[in-house]
Design a protein around this ligand. Structure first.
Ligand code: F2R
Ligand code: MG
Length: 337
């Protein structure tokens, strides 16, 4: 279980870091450029330059050890985890203050999250700012889902605590039902991944049934997407077709289902699932991070390729800190039981 907790944390971090350099590329652009680079002579300058642009998805060696950066996805996941480790339950003021303390604008925050964290920093109440976004509709961005893996791990035994934690941590920045629902679905996928073991008899459809039991009554777009995923598991579509139907955008209902499907399409390899997810294009870091969280909680930290782990940034709140944080959450979870 310690390995699974570490896997859920570092899966987020790795998926984020693999996706960051290629964020915003379309699926077609990414496929074309990755194909073209693989045909260039190995020691050519053109190949080295293109690989440097594409980062870990094309060649892990472009980042010296300890240097591949994470984005807001991992930074906010760290905030969720720090609060759970310290408080042992959802504590809104504490979690919001950790988001604000960790907030480094240059990590690439969404406009809504940026506005919320800036407002709280300037003195607004932690539970007011999120509801003001988008003319009072609240955000349906994928920010509540991208950071939720510690909640999924923490509450993997209890669907009620899981829903409470997933929704409330999301509401600090995302009050739209689709933003909250995305966090609930992603947390359920991580929890179910934590509860199950890899092996030959793994059944993606049973996994999906369990996810739906852990996240009942989601908004309609998620129910349609889950129906599409069932169809895709019965009759595997081309990648472009899956991308077109599920999406891989910055909106929660167009990216959380894609991450779940990436895991279920390639459930026997962390690396294959994350690579496939990032190659969908568009919001590559976040679809990578969410797929990494599910695949990491399922396969464990020990299944994450060393070539990717070694590359991760390792300064303050970097790789070693994140592994230690996962261990602290696991220790607290065990002690609290
Ligand atoms: N912000 C980014 N990527 C953009 C490019 C960054 C670039 N690399 C740079 O250098 O700056 N990535 C990060 O943002 C996503 C998570 O975003 P979050 O936290 O959900 O933010 P936000 O702003 O609340 O929602 C995202 C966008 O979705 C649209 N949207 C949401 N709710 C809406 C509503 N009610 N009505 C209309 N539109 C709505 C808006 O465009 C929001 O800005 C992650 O990908 C993370 O990696
Ligand atoms: Mg993103």
């Amino acid at each position: 279980m310690r390995d699974k907790f570490r896997g859920g944390f570092l899966g987020t971090f790795v998926g984020d870091a693999v996706g960051v350099p290629v964020e915003g590329f379309t699926h077609d652009q990414l496929s074309e450029i990755l194909d073209a680079v693989s045909r260039l002579p190995k020691d050519s300058e053109a190949r080295a330059e293109t690989e440097a642009l594409l980062g870990l998805i094309s060649n892990p060696a472009v980042f010296p050890d300890d240097s591949a950066p994470y984005s807001d996805d991992t930074q906010m996941m760290i905030g969720v985890a720090e609060s759970l480790v310290e408080r042992g339950r959802f504590d809104g003021p504490d979690m919001a203050s950790r988001f604000v303390e960790n907030f480094q604008v240059w990590r690439g925050y969404g406009a809504g999250a940026f506005a919320v964290l800036s407002a709280i920093k300037d003195g607004m109440a932690w539970d007011e700012a999120g509801g003001l976004l988008f003319s009072g509709q609240g955000s349906f961005g994928n920010g509540g889902a991208m950071r939720v893996s510690p909640a999924g791990l923490w509450a993997h035994k209890d669907p009620f605590v899981l829903r409470h934690l997933a929704e409330n941590q999301a509401k600090i920045t995302h009050t739209h039902p689709l933003g909250i629902g995305g966090a609930a679905l992603q947390a359920a996928a991580v929890a179910v991944a934590c509860r199950n073991e890899p092996g030959r008899d793994f059944d993606p459809l049973s996994f999906l049934d369990e996810v739906e039991r852990f996240a009942p009554g989601l908004p309609v777009p998620y129910q349609y997407a889950l129906r599409d995923i069932r169809e895709f598991l019965a009759d595997v579509p081309a990648t472009w077709d899956a991308q077109e139907r599920l999406g891989s955008s910055i909106e929660a209902h167009e990216s959380v289902p894609a991450a779940l499907y990436a895991f279920l399409r390639l459930p026997h390899s962390f690396e294959s699932a994350v690579t496939w997810a990032v190659r969908l294009g568009d919001d590559t870091d976040t679809v990578g991070a969410m797929t990494g969280a599910i695949a990491g909680a399922f396969h464990g930290y020990s299944a994450i390729p060393g070539k990717w782990l070694r590359a991760l940034e390792n300064g303050p709140k970097g790789r070693d800190y994140t592994v230690g944080l996962a261990d602290k959450l696991w220790d607290r979870w065990r002690a609290q039981r």
